[in-house]
Ligand binder design. Sequence first.
Ligand code: GLY
Length: 348
Amino acid sequence: MNRIRINSPGGESLIILGGTVDDVVTLLPQRGLFIITDRNVQKLYGKKFPPGEVIAIEPGEKSKTLRMVEEICSKMLEAGADRSSFILGFGGGVVCDIAGMVASVYMRGVRHAFVSTTLLSQVDASIGGKTGVNLGEYKNTIGTFRQPEFVLCDHAMLTTLPEAEVRSGMGELFKHAVIRDRNLFFDISASAGHIIAADTAVTGDLILRAVRVKAGVVRHDPLEKGQRRILNFGHTFGHVIETHSGIPHGVAVAKGMAIAAELSVWKGEMAHSELRLLQTALEKAGLMTCHKLPPDVVSMISRDKKSESGRVNFVLLKSVGRTVIRKISTTELQAFVNYYNEKESQSQ
Ligand code: GLY
């Protein structure tokens, strides 16, 4: 078992990697527990839930709304939750985003923690204190920063995931390597088959190394004033693709990373050989979906959280493992989108 601590002004967060879900009860208060989960996770793991009030939501992105936050808060109030209550988010990315949000607003904030059940959430969503819900088609536009007291990642839980969910998690696993750790990138690429086959020893080691990358960034910039932006690599295009096509988050992020890498070459920041290296690894992992960018991509991006006064803070690559942040105007972005879509049309 490995423990990683993230200390931030909002408190300490302990990430337990390779622990077992059976131990979660020892980390929790004895009374006042509220478990927020989804119906799939409840079916699979309900018997392992520690004693507490269970609130199960519909699985999937469509549950990430303010209305859902309100519904959960109402159920908690009816069940007698007060400021001393403790929320345990038990599930994947959507559950962690919503449970964290509820914990940060219910009675102006209650304690919370996660049992993280998917590859995507073990490697990214449950770690670092971001909470959020969507505003219509705009992802995570309403949210807060609030560190969970602990995140328990039991890698054995990854064996019950459908392949599409594992592949989605692999997108975020790759992201941490591509922004900061070139050796990890090569190791993930060489292990794609083991990850898909849910080989927990191999995957557990890769998750540990990716979480070290993320924890290192979050420790320095928990509120995303600067450096933390690199964790959004691939997300600017990825969110637009996810909204338009409905493909899983991590798969959309992988495609978004490939497009951001093309933008890096187009801007003269990165050599073409590095782009090919990334594309080849993503292809091999089954993560290179074909997507032209939709006509409203630039207007969608300009409403993204990463935009400021008509310019977008773009995370680009210098090479696989090294990033640079550049401000790009919407005019320049439109020129790139025209170039990119023209190229995609010719290759189809
Ligand atoms: N998923 C990006 C971040 O936590 O900052």
